[in-house]
Design a protein around this ligand. Structure first.
Ligand SMILES: [Mg+2]
Length: 256
């Protein structure tokens, strides 16, 4: 609920934080975004790391839910595993296109030639500008955190390419635009996990910080669960926590 507040002569609008309630872990399944949720946002994507205290919480959460914890990330599964190593959790990578722990994505559904051609074109655009191109098994990401002056050009390139191929779509996150598969998103990942043990029959809790998490919030709430948005920005999520540490504190309170 927006609140008007006055400080001195300035009047501004604050968003009333709507903190998630205490919930019993044993009745819920947890779907957790990685970057900006478990790992603080890093200058370069390869520098992202999950603090040891958060890893300990993930292990305890997994124990408390009979393993109903899945990482739901835009990164590839291989990258998710690298960042969490030696921890290996159930996970969806590449915005729902890769799943582990709820059946595999048939490779025939992935238009590999289209993605490879797209990666080549994005590479030719990125190289002279010093932008980072990250090829994924089912997507191509164009990062512009190190050169934000190219943000509009990056977004336009990805939008234009997505419009030219029906099996692809554009996704714009924080300092990154990517071409990914139109058939999958974080919501389809949650729907698939929810059909199998240990997730089946539990109320989903989706936690994320970015626009690509909105599909996940919708899917969780459609099943009677909850979405929790980390940080600022418009969201369909019913609840909000201010920061990565605030999410850690909430999780710790559930496990205390
Ligand atoms: Mg994120």
């Amino acid at each position: 609920m927006p609140l008007n507040a006055s400080v001195g002569k300035m009047t501004f609008t604050m968003t009333q934080p709507n903190a998630p309630p205490y919930i019993q872990c044993c009745h819920h399944a947890f779907y957790l975004d990685l970057d900006g949720t478990l790992a603080p946002i890093a200058e370069q994507p390869e520098q992202a790391a999950v603090p040891q205290a958060t890893r300990d919480l993930l292990v305890r959460l997994s124990d408390a839910t009979d393993g109903a914890v899945a990482i739901v990330s835009g990164r590839s599964l291989a990258e998710v595993d690298r960042i969490l190593a030696p921890l290996t959790l159930r996970a969806s990578g590449s915005h729902g296109a890769e799943l582990r722990g709820a059946g595999e994505t048939p490779i025939s559904q992935v238009p590999l030639a289209t993605l490879r051609a797209a990666a080549d074109e994005i590479g030719r655009f990125a190289e002279p500008k010093g932008l980072l191109v990250e090829p994924k098994p089912t997507a191509v990401a164009l990062h512009y955190r190190t050169a934000p002056q190219h943000a509009d050009a990056c977004r336009m390139l990805i939008e234009t390419m997505a419009r030219s191929a029906s099996e692809l779509r554009a996704l714009h996150g924080k300092m990154v635009s990517e071409l990914t598969l139109a058939a999958f998103d974080k919501g389809t990942a949650i729907a698939r996990f929810s059909r199998t043990a240990p997730f089946k029959g539990r109320l989903p809790v989706m936690v994320g910080d970015d626009v690509t998490d909105e599909d996940g919030f919708r899917a969780a709430q459609a099943q009677g669960g909850m979405g929790i948005k980390i940080g600022e920005g418009a969201t369909v999520a019913r609840y909000r926590l201010a920061s990565v540490p605030a999410f850690g504190d909430w999780l710790a309170s559930l496990l205390a």
